[in-house]
Design a protein around this ligand. Structure first.
Ligand code: F6R
Length: 235
């Protein structure tokens, strides 16, 4: 639990940059899963800062985003492709062909692609107010594949602020829980009072599809990074 999201972001960015460097030393690709939304923005700022300072180099990194809206133009700044370019990819030295997203044409191909390279090394997660991770909405089983999903009414309510023209897609392509839970290290971040209830519940309830983030309880190497607000309902 950190004093602020910015302080936690410094620690997480350092952890990621150290892991990238260790992989570089032994000539291995580092496979990093990435979230969009408000939560990871402080982390992306820190990673850009480390890159600008010469502390980290992304040439041996491949990234795998968690999700993308269905039927959205990648030029739309609210697409997750657009979000990632604006908040990270355009500011670091990652070749765009090393950045991967699930595709609506064949969503489960994403699982096969990731499994064929030995899974992800580290994956950044936020949490939805309904307990979703990526867009695995309540009802998603722990072995769920990457797939097209109807967004929950609560997710649409939370995210429609980003679509002032009222054109928010109601479906998305999400990485499934199986690929997420097969990742070596998971880092879940949550900031602010509005996430306090779902964080406390996700850690105390019996793991079930009703609250997909609760499946992280069974993962052998998951780290939660919180601030005082999001940690305020932990007993
Ligand atoms: C986004 C994603 C979602 C968000 C979650 C929280 O790629 O996977 O699960 O992490 O909806 O969103 P924010 O961070 O905007 O509160």
């Amino acid at each position: 639990v950190s004093d602020s999201a910015a302080k936690a972001a410094v620690a997480i960015a350092r952890k990621i940059s150290n892991a990238i460097k260790q992989h570089q030393l032994i000539g291995k690709t580092f496979r990093l899963g990435l979230a969009t939304g408000a939560t990871p923005v402080p982390l992306y700022k820190e990673l850009i800062k480390l890159y600008q300072q010469g502390d980290v180099n992304f040439k041996n990194v491949h990234t795998y985003n968690l999700d993308e809206y269905d039927e959205i133009s990648f030029d739309n700044p609210n697409s997750y492709h657009g979000f990632m370019r604006e908040n990270l990819f355009d500011h670091i030295n990652i070749p765009l062909e090393q950045t991967h997203f699930p595709s609506g044409d064949d969503p489960a191909a994403y699982d096969r692609e990731i499994a064929s390279v030995g899974g992800l090394d580290l994956l950044i997660l936020g949490i939805g107010s309904n307990g979703h991770i990526a867009f695995n909405e309540p009802g998603s089983e722990k072995d769920s594949p990457s797939r097209l999903i109807e967004l929950d009414a609560s997710t649409i309510a939370d995210n429609k602020q980003y679509f002032p023209d009222g054109d928010m897609p109601t479906r998305a392509i999400t990485m499934g829980l199986k690929t997420i839970l097969d990742t070596k290290t998971l880092v879940l971040m949550a900031w602010g009072d509005s996430k306090a209830s779902i964080i406390a519940e996700s850690l105390s309830c019996t793991p079930s599809a009703d609250l997909p983030a609760s499946f992280l309880q069974d993962h052998p190497n998951t780290l939660y990074f919180l601030d005082h607000g999001s940690a305020s309902k932990l007993s």
